[in-house]
Design a protein around this ligand. Structure first.
Ligand code: SF4
Ligand code: SF4
Length: 379
């Protein structure tokens, strides 16, 4: 294993990763006396020990970044069957070969029917070159109806078969589905959006999940706060250490088990990793506050206050989220890929045809202008 200053700092902070720690609920110190360690958290009732900084695998990951993450000690990895029609899983499967027993691996299915969920699992296992995943999520379930009985039944069956150790739900709008998830009582893990830009409006739902013993994974933790401006030529340029501050801010919430920031290159994965051994400082707060003000008209906080408010059926939050993949993460491919999955009749709606917009954003997003940009760029 490569041993450099990033990993050394992690080790000095007492955060060394034991391979066997994946099934323990604590990481004792050398004397076996101290079970609390700020770099590790327990993933709810799974009992899995995970690093607070995980790794979002993304659509087309760089294998070297994934390998570097494992070598640093990051142990939670997240992908999805739908990412580039399985290509993300295939690349991850190759990169993580020989390292599988050192990580907790999560993937997701878009399937609504039993048959689709089962088919996706078999294809995911093949692509990931493993005989099981650790977490198998239902992907993008932002309404209670999207958590279908037969999809949950299929998840439970796959768990009994040992193809997944635990089951989960991934949701952008956790406030809309938290009660259903808790009432069902079947899911071990929930992944949801959470960041400085989003603020505290998810805190109550996240706390409810935590209290119910469900492990909470935070996604979209750095997208807006990374210090990028809308990139030119698809090139993402880091202006400062905003990503590091953004991950540190999320980790201050002890209801969060882990995070899945996406890193495009080794410098970024190393920066994210530092969030486990460095304190959140007043300088971080100043930087994030300033950045948050700067992006106010541009970045949708995914509060869903404008849900169903467009008389022409535009899914405002979704289209703005897709745009953010380009404007804040420099990934036009990802932005287009999501946009093109919308139904054709929705893609045909042009906000430029409206003289004014019926949607008012309480967070100050210039909705019509941003949607016009999204539709021109991504359609
Ligand atoms: S556009 Fe505004 S109101 Fe709508 S989800 Fe985004 S932040 Fe909330
Ligand atoms: S401009 Fe506003 S009201 Fe018109 S289609 Fe777009 S979101 Fe809907």
């Amino acid at each position: 294993m490569e041993f450099d200053s990033s990993r050394r700092k992690f080790l000095q902070a007492g955060l060394a990763l034991p391979a066997a720690g994946l099934i323990a609920s604590h990481c004792p110190d050398a004397a076996g006396q101290t079970p609390i360690n700020p770099g590790y958290r327990t993933l709810g009732r799974t009992g899995l020990t995970v690093t607070g900084v995980g790794c979002g695998i993304g659509l087309i990951p760089d294998p070297a970044v994934l390998v570097r993450a494992v070598d640093l000690g990051v142990n939670y990895f997240d992908t999805a069957r739908v990412y580039e029609k399985g290509k993300s899983e295939e690349i991850a499967g190759g990169a993580l070969r020989g390292r599988r027993n050192r990580i907790v691996l999560a993937s997701k299915t878009d399937g609504l029917t039993k048959a689709d969920v089962i088919r996706d699992m078999d294809e995911s296992l093949k692509a990931l070159r493993t005989d099981h995943v650790d977490i198998w999520h239902l992907h993008s379930r932002d309404t209670p109806d999207s958590i279908t009985d037969e999809a949950v039944e299929a998840q439970e069956m796959l768990k009994r078969q040992g193809k997944t150790r635990f089951i989960g739900i991934s949701a952008h709008d956790i406030n809309a589905v938290v009660d259903k998830i808790i009432k069902l009582g079947k899911h071990d893990v929930v992944q949801t959006t959470y960041s400085y830009a989003i603020g505290s409006e998810r805190n109550s739902a996240i706390h409810k999940l935590h209290e119910a013993g469900i492990g909470v994974v935070a996604m979209k933790v750095i997208v807006a706060m990374a210090g990028f401006m809308p990139p030119k030529n698809g090139t993402r340029v880091l202006k400062d250490e905003g990503p590091l501050a953004a991950v540190k801010w999320v980790l201050r919430n002890s209801d969060i088990s882990t995070t899945v920031p996406y890193a495009k290159n080794i410098a970024e994965v190393e920066m994210n990793f530092r969030a486990m051994s460095e304190p959140y400082t007043p300088r971080d707060e100043t930087m994030l506050f300033a950045r948050n003000q700067e992006i106010r008209p541009l970045y949708c906080r995914m509060c869903y206050e404008c849900k169903d408010k467009c008389p022409n059926g535009v899914p405002v939050t979704d289209q703005l989220r897709f745009l953010s993949y380009n404007d804040f993460a420099g990934d036009l491919r990802q932005a287009r890929s999501h946009f093109m999955r919308l139904p054709q009749e929705i893609r045909n709606v042009k906000c430029s045809d409206c003289a004014s917009c019926a949607v008012e954003c309480p967070n100050g997003v210039e909705v019509r202008n941003r949607l016009i940009r999204a539709q021109n760029l991504l359609a």
